[in-house]
Design a protein around this ligand. Structure first.
Ligand code: COA
Length: 257
């Protein structure tokens, strides 16, 4: 696939999607969103892809937000559809059955913070900075940020960050639970790969059901406990469960297909 605003690479079953507009701090314009959507379609269908990293080009920005310059050409009554389009792509990331980690390598502002939050979890470089600064523009987060930031760090701090637009650094993001690890910039991708390589030794069926079960907690249409029962029933039928339990009893390492 040829993309103009993202780079993709596949190495040892880990697919890296790099948002690549460094001159605009990797801001999300419509082309980036469309290409991200197409890349995610490939993630769902390509059996060689078993895990994903989403990051940004350079050491300055992960993604500095939605492309503000593009807002000028969006008609006043097209805001809702713009928001819905972004939300749908980010749902595709959040609900992907393969593990997806955001490697936040600099500014993650507005839509950038929202993109990172749609990933299953996040690592940050020491120079990463997070904010939902939409109030400065007379806007609110529109790609799921009002919901996911609240889910991740709780209402009090989330609403403060969205009302003030204040920027927080990587260490504060970690203490709030927004990111799981803070790494030196040169260690960010290696550490992300190390975690994904560990996950890739586990049952892919079970990992996909963990994603579905945890996401059910946040889905008002679903009862998470009922969903867990259903998903547990499904993994119990799987070849991975047969292999995992047999390997334990035979005192050997499980080999999942
Ligand atoms: N949309 C469009 N362009 C953006 C952008 C965005 N969200 N964020 C940065 N850019 C562009 C700048 O316009 C500039 O382009 P130019 O060189 O053609 O003028 C380029 O990226 C570099 O940004 P600059 O502002 O010069 O870098 P800086 O180091 O002085 O400041 C930021 C960095 C992140 C603090 C600043 O760019 C910023 O506040 N960006 C907007 C963040 C935001 O509000 N995001 C939420 C959008 S909903």
């Amino acid at each position: 696939m040829n993309f103009s605003t993202i780079n993709t690479s596949l190495e040892n079953n880990i697919f890296t999607i790099t948002i690549n507009r460094p001159d605009k701090l990797n801001a999300l314009n419509q082309t980036v969103l469309n290409e991200l959507n197409a890349a995610m379609d490939r993630v769902y269908t390509d059996e060689n892809i078993k895990a994903v990293i989403i990051t940004g080009t350079g050491e300055k920005a992960f993604v500095a937000g939605a492309d503000i310059a593009e807002f000028v050409s969006v008609k006043d009554d097209e805001g809702a559809s713009l928001s819905k389009k972004g939300q749908d792509i980010f749902f595709k990331i959040e609900n992907c059955p393969k593990p997806i980690i955001a490697a936040v390598n600099g500014f993650a502002l507005g839509g950038g913070c929202e993109l990172a939050m749609s990933c299953h979890f996040r690592l940050a470089s020491t120079n990463a900075k997070f904010a939902q600064p939409e109030v400065n523009l007379g806007l609110i987060p529109g790609y799921g940020g009002t919901q996911r930031l609240t889910m991740l760090i709780g209402k009090g701090k989330a609403i403060e960050l969205m009302m003030t637009g204040n920027m927080i650094g990587a260490d504060e993001a970690k203490s709030l639970g927004l990111v799981n690890y803070v790494e030196a910039p040169e260690n960010l991708i290696p550490k992300t790969k190390e975690i994904l390589n560990l996950i890739l030794t586990k049952s892919p069926v079970a990992v996909s059901k963990v994603i579905a079960a945890v996401n059910a907690f946040y889905d008002t249409q679903k009862n998470g406990f009922d969903e867990e029962v259903k998903l547990f029933g499904e993994v119990f039928l799987s070849d991975d469960k047969k292999e995992g339990t047999a390997a334990f009893l035979e005192k050997r390492k499980a080999v999942f297909k």
